[in-house]
Design a protein around this ligand. Sequence first.
Ligand code: PLP
Length: 406
Amino acid sequence: MKPIVQSRKLQGVRYDVRGPILVEAQRLEAEGHKILKLNIGNTAPFGFAAPEAILADMVHNLPDAQGYSDSRGIYSARTAVAQYYQSKGLKDTVVDDVFIGNGVSELISMVLTAFIDDGNEILVPAPDYPLWTGAVTLAGGTPVHYLCDEDNDWNPDLADIEAKITPNTHALVIINPNNPTGAVYSEGIVRGMVDIARRHNLVVMADEIYEKIIFDDAVHHHAATFCADDVLCLTFSGLSKAYRVCGYRAGWVMISGPKHMATDFLEGLTLLANMRMCANVPAQHAIQTALGGYQSINELIVPGGRFYEQIKLASKLLNDIPGVSCVEPKGALYCFPCLDPEVYPIADDQEFVIDLLRAKKILVTHGTGFNWPTPDHFRLVTLPGVEVLTEAIDRIAGFLETRRVA
Ligand code: PLP
């Protein structure tokens, strides 16, 4: 029998957060080592619980959640999402503008598959949440990375976006708040990005899954609110992060703007939704309760709250390490520090992360895994409590000391 190989479609598709670094962590675990995994923004293992009301609602609805649902999602969830965006000023949003999926992840893949023709260029931030680059590639498109500017609080560089547009550019991906940088874009930047999309006839794809995880005076601006009726906008969000239920797999995409110009695309998206039957139905029942009820996330993102205290502490401790600088995150769950190449010359940052893992039993993700062009960053998940986090960063500092040349 000849070897069974993966399809050519997978050539160039990467998702490093769970790639070779995780394989090595699992190998070490199998040898009996205890590994602190700070590579994935998964809240449950770090002691965060879902709001009670969500659990109660899912349990209550379990008997009625045994069958497939409408492939776009159950009516109550889609209505709740539509009303949520109406309350944000998108008054024309209706139930048919909403598709529910098994997390934002599934919807990103479905939308890109329905949207992209071979060779279409899609503007994706660098650094990005790497599913975007991977899913564009898998759909046959070409991800073109625009730079986010570390010296400007990691806001996207509008001139770079503009410079990278060609006649073959079809969409602009905005990840705000950003994973991995923690940036929350200013109103001027979001407006500027939408204006670029308007001028060049691009579809805006706004991944706003961290919209409720913002700190201090940061304000989140929904790209859709600036798209008016002349820029098609697909807004992605879901329950995983703000409601601490990553495992339930509940997300949505909401379509706004000139929907009448997108009927053919939406038929394609519906076809793909139909082909996978529907999203996990019990979790869909949680959506209305989550969006409508008490927002316990607000307790976590203020002084004294765990998300707030942990991310502030992590950013401070990282900045205390010689040759390390970390732009203070304004949102999300991550720090994305820079390792000064003069102090820590790193040729291959995945190798660097694996060396750290072997030496200190801590797993972080290398910056190039987020399509950052140079091997001088890593992403740290700030979900452990302050004691574990302090100890973790202390171990990272100890490892860096062994690599320091200046
Ligand atoms: N988008 C971003 C920016 C993320 O960080 C993540 C998960 O970490 C996702 C999407 C995927 O979320 P979901 O659990 O809804 O699939």
